[in-house]
Design a protein around this ligand. Structure first.
Ligand code: GTP
Length: 303
């Protein structure tokens, strides 16, 4: 099952940087060395089981944009599962940016009317605090430019976890059986007496599914109520990616992680060929070894 993902936006808005961060194990500091993308760079990323992401990174220089919107229009916009349009929050060419965006939207409507649309207000790290008003204003502007198209807008930066939050949402729309996975994870969490179980994709460490229902920031545990940070998923993705990068620098391969802290235990281990699972337990009587055994026993079910 192949899903086409279009990555579009003006030249220098940060498309190739985010692709290299999410899909390769590169740190943000290396992105300054990336050259401009010439025409379209296509990548196939085997994501989950037989789900392959076919990522089209479309170089954003005007000459390329013009050709996507004319001679290449049907090739670019047909069979798209998701279009991600990246806006540099600091750009001086807002008008031109929006004009190209509207043209792309029209192309998408013509050739892939069912595609999901994600708009990223990128390089948010460059905005002075407080950032929320700038983001809200930009979001409003993008909503107006989108007319009746259904869009999701995220503020992102390659220097913090916000990029992982946006991309986890993006890939989530492409996973056909996400709700079934969530249900299995909830059963698994109950079997482990866990506060929460989270499933990550192996190379990107994006969140595929969690045992808790969306937006639950409070969770009942056997030892009472534990308050969970609403940014915990994307923070974990970012931390593990950084840790994997450190491992690779000393020529070690990341395999698994166990943390036993004062008030909780965390185990992160391979679940299937393409996924990692993380179990969070707030019950001090549950041994790490028991959790690892449970993961081993659950593997066949999830493969
Ligand atoms: P084309 O290939 O020409 O279409 O450009 P692109 O959109 O792929 O831009 P690219 O990824 O090459 O990024 C351009 C510059 O923006 C690089 O120097 C990156 O380091 C920088 N950049 C990317 N993301 C961010 C971000 O979140 N914050 C900041 N401050 N800089 C960023």
């Amino acid at each position: 099952m192949k899903k086409k993902v279009l990555l579009m936006g003006a030249s220098g808005s940060g498309k190739t940087s985010m692709r290299s961060l999410i899909f390769s194990n590169n740190p943000a500091s290396l992105t300054a060395r990336l050259g401009a993308t010439i025409d379209v760079e296509q990548n196939h990323v085997r994501f989950l089981g037989d789900l392959v992401l076919n990522l089209w990174d479309c170089g954003g220089q005007d000459a390329f944009m013009d050709s996507y919107l004319t001679t290449q229009k049907s090739t670019i916009f047909q069979q798209v599962g998701v279009m991600i349009y990246v806006f540099d929050v600091e750009t001086r060419e807002v008008g031109k940016d929006l004009e190209y965006y509207r043209d792309c939207l029209a192309g998408l409507k013509q050739f892939s009317p069912d595609a999901a649309i994600f708009l990223l207000v990128h390089k948010m790290d460059l905005v002075r605090e407080p950032r929320q008003p700038t983001f809200d204003k930009k979001k409003q502007e993008l909503q107006e430019a989108s007319g009746d198209a259904e869009i999701s807008v995220f503020g992102t930066s390659i220097y913090d976890e916000s990029l992982y939050r946006a991309w986890s949402n993006i890939v989530h729309t492409l996973i056909p059986n996400a709700s079934i996975l969530s249900r299995h994870l909830a059963t698994f969490a109950a079997a482990c007496n866990a506060t929460e179980v989270v499933l990550f994709e192996r190379t990107t460490f994006l969140v595929i599914a969690t045992s808790s229902s969306n937006s639950a920031s409070l969770s009942e545990t056997s030892s009472g109520i534990a308050e969970l940070d609403s940014k915990r998923y994307e923070r974990t993705s970012e931390l593990i990616k950084a840790f994997k990068h450190s491992c690779s620098r000393i020529r070690e391969e990341f395999r698994s992680l166990e943390l036993e802290l004062y008030d909780f235990t965390a185990v992160l281990d391979e679940m299937t060929r393409n996924t990692y699972v993380m179990i969070i337990v707030h019950d001090p009587t549950i041994e790490v070894a028991a959790l690892k055994l449970n993961i081993r026993l659950a593997r066949r079910k999830f493969e």
